[in-house]
Ligand binder design. Structure first.
Ligand code: SDX
Length: 431
């Protein structure tokens, strides 16, 4: 007999089943019969208390700072895995054996080019276009160039092929967008390079300056992509699932997810953190002044890269990224004043009652921008790096959603607070 809770409404009573996580922690009250049994709906703006689905992909515990992909701690994946292997894990639910990994990696080569006509898109965008705009448009436009996959009930094989396509081509699209924005010729993917080196080469090689791959930079990029690969029902992944629930194809669903990620409260925060640190540095680096501004309700300044809906303790990714930033800058001999400023901001905030009381800690975006800066990634490409990293997570969730026979179209209700019924007034009688 499953556990239930009773909800009483006057003389009515509703027995609601309790849904429990395999990790034992998270429990949910299944209210799927609430409206049909009582006429009531729940109200939960921002869904801070609402579960939208069951998922077997990622587990996180915000109080304990735990994050696992398919049960494997991200600390181990960041140390021992690669982004391609972690993508396989998220999408297929298990680590690949040697042959599976070789085939998967080989398929990336086969799909790394984009249709030559897609390059024309870049020619019609102004060079100042934010790359998240062109990325979202290009991913959706893949449905025009690969129409054979634009189906509302793709087979397992078709989903596998789109997944490889997306994961492989997203690098090429992003690198092409960057090259076009600086007026340089695009650099094509190379068969002899693996995922991250190929991306860096497409980004930074040019006809006059072949890019010199540095192991430490490749490693830091691998770690960042692994740490961004999934994060359960965040805003952009929930968007992908919501759009996909209407049976929109994977290209359209991911394109919507990219737009959701762009916001400065979500994936755009890594760009906003650096812009914030540059503003503070330009203003003399007065940490106390900006901590006070972040606490002042009359000031719309926020400490970007701090706080999280789920983590009420440290974000485990931020700890790894902070160390990765230190290691990389030391190895490259870079002294970035923004890193020191970020550390001073963190130290001041973690001692301040306002942040301690609200359990506001550095999140994944607080230090990631320091690494992107050190590798030469331009500021407006920081959210794009987040999107490349999150691609396997979006695909894994879309696949889980579309293959779940209980999936229904996402259609929330509302409580109406507008005008009561009144008649139309002809224009000549209006004031
Ligand atoms: C990501 O969901 C995910 O998993 C996302 C992500 C992923 O991997 O997909 O982890 C990636 O998006 C990380 C978050 C990146 N965003 C930022 O760094 C932007 C700055 N942070 C905030 O805007 C905020 O903390 C959010 C958006 C991250 C979370 O917002 P919530 O959960 O809605 O919390 P809230 O806004 O209700 O804040 C609670 C209190 C408020 O104060 P009171 O009204 O209680 O007095 O904390 C304060 C807020 O004012 N607060 C902050 C703050 N964040 C929260 N005050 C100052 N600076 C901040 N950064």
């Amino acid at each position: 007999m499953s556990e239930t809770v009773k909800i009483n409404f006057g003389d009515k009573e509703l027995d609601c089943p309790i849904v429990t996580s395999t990790e034992g922690g998270e429990k949910a009250i299944d209210i799927s019969k609430l409206r049909s049994s009582t006429g009531y709906i729940t109200m939960d703006p921002g869904f801070s208390n609402t579960g939208s689905c069951k998922s077997a992909i990622t587990y996180l515990d915000g109080d304990k700072g735990i994050l696992r992909y398919r049960g494997i701690p991200i600390e181990q994946l960041a140390q021992q895995s690669t982004f391609v292997e972690t993508s396989y894990l998220l999408i297929y639910g298990k680590l690949p054996n040697q042959k599976e990994l070789e085939d998967f990696s080989e398929a990336f080569n086969e799909h790394s080019m984009i249709h030559e006509d897609m390059k024309n898109f870049f020619d019609s965008y102004p060079s100042s276009t934010h790359p998240m705009a062109s990325l979202s448009a290009m991913i959706c436009s893949m449905s025009a160039y690969y129409p054979e996959f634009v189906k509302d009930d793709p087979t397992k094989e078709e989903i596998d092929r789109i997944a490889i396509q997306m994961l492989s081509k997203v690098r090429t699209i992003c690198a092409f967008a960057y090259k076009k924005s600086i007026g340089e010729p695009v650099v094509y993917p190379r068969y002899d390079l693996k995922y991250v080196p190929n991306f860096l080469n497409m980004m930074f090689s040019s006809p006059t300056h072949p890019y010199k791959l540095v192991d430490e930079v490749v490693h830091a990029m691998q770690v960042l992509l692994i740490l961004h690969a999934d994060h359960e029902q965040n805003c952009s992944t929930s968007t992908v699932r919501m759009v996909g629930s209407s049976r929109a194809n994977l290209y359209a669903s991911i394109s919507a997810g990219i737009c959701a990620l762009w916001g400065p409260l979500h994936g755009g925060a890594n760009q906003a953190v650096i812009e914030m640190l540059q503003e503070i540095q330009k203003d003399g680096g007065n940490v106390e002044k900006y901590i006070a501004k972040a606490k002042d309700k009359n000031d719309n300044f926020r400490l970007m890269g701090f706080g999280h809906r789920v983590y009420k303790n440290f974000d485990p990714r931020a700890k790894i990224i902070k160390k990765c930033a230190d290691d990389l800058l030391n190895k490259l001999g870079i002294n970035d004043p923004l890193l020191d400023l970020a550390k001073r901001m963190e130290a001041a905030a973690l001692k301040d009652e306002y942040f301690v009381e609200r359990k506001l800690y550095p999140n994944v975006d607080f230090y990631s921008g320091i690494i992107y800066r050190a590798t030469g990634i331009p500021l407006n490409m920081f959210p794009v790096m987040f999107a490349i990293g999150r691609m396997p997570g979006w695909i894994a969730h879309w696949k889980e959603m579309i293959q779940d026979p209980t999936t229904k179209i996402a259609r929330p209700f509302q409580i109406y607070t507008g005008e009561n019924k009144h008649d139309y007034v002809p224009i000549e009688k209006r004031s």
